[in-house]
Design a protein around this ligand. Sequence first.
Ligand SMILES: Cc1ncc(COP(=O)(O)O)c(C=O)c1O
Length: 396
Amino acid sequence: MSREIYLDHAATSWPKPDVVLEAIRDFLENAGGNTGRSGHRRSIASSRAVSLARERLTDLLGAESPDNLVFTKNATEALNLAIYGLAVPGARIVTTSLEHNSVMRPLRELERQGRCSVEVVSVDGNSGELDLDEWAALLGAGKPCLAVAIHASNVTGVLLPIPAMAAIAADRGVPFIVDASQTAGYVPFALSGLGASAVAMPGHKGLLGPSGTGLLYLAPGVEVDPLIRGGTGSQSELEVQPDFAPDRYESGTLNAMGIVGLGAAAEHLREAGLDRIHASSTSLGRRLRDALAGTAGITVHGPDDPAGGVGIVSVSIEGVPCATAARLLDDESRIMTRAGLHCAPAAHRSLGTAPEGTLRLSWGLETTEHDIDVAVEALRAIGERGRSGEPLRTVA
Ligand SMILES: Cc1ncc(COP(=O)(O)O)c(C=O)c1O
């Protein structure tokens, strides 16, 4: 039987490195107390393990200090914390047409409540280009303002010009939130050099941690209201929330085993080198693009030069609904992809692929050239069936 080919890393990465599994097991066996709560050895061992994970992530991601990293349960929670924290009443929020619903839904909710207004700058989903003059004009148009942008599209993988956007935001004194869900662990960048006030990311995608992990980076001096309040194990004599990070934002028992797994993954990534990871992902992207270029009936959405993106492309296949293509790939070739809108309906509107969406292929650290070649062959075969008019078992 052919081997499984996992091309859904943009949803969550798989497999996790062995060191992640080992670290979780080791934590549960040898630590396992509640972090920061009790004075006994298992509690102390757990606190140390979580601190080590925070330090490793600080090193990998280039934050100023471990206190600038807040653990969350996913990127969505990190984004909500940043958005609700930084959107002052009456603010105009400027964002892009490529955002994920974990940005758009909180923004639309703030708008629905009459607390903020939302303005969307259109971005080309293939090239990542946006009109920086328009961005600058909107950020300079008075009233308290907040800017939010995705680092790389989860539909096409294209990178946005975040440094230029951040420089404009800084120049206008506008707080800037970056959604690094598809770049953290894949693209070499230092949080301290990104120019953002806050950067949200999952732990379970490129950072190779387990599900139930995420991070919010808050730049030095940036303080927001916590989303929830409660026990932190620190300043227990006070009935009010601690005023220092990260405790202020981390109420309740932490997902310590997940965090410890994430910390082990960070060390694994640091050893592998993000430069090398990005270069190898780009080369797989080029192989895929080159192989599919000119294939009748198959359209590839994403940057022409894969160096301008991350390990994601979307494809449309003439005569084959994307959900059918995903099902055929899984059933017949054990290739796992994702079909649909990928929680980013506006991105599909700007690509012209709404309402059906696309078939998304996203690769990761363990993906080989052979995997890409097998996927290309399978896509071509499905494309030919679509063009020949052969009846396909469609997916409802
Ligand atoms: C761009 C983007 N933002 C946010 C998210 C939400 O991530 P999570 O599922 O960790 O909340 C995703 C997940 O697919 C994403 O691709």
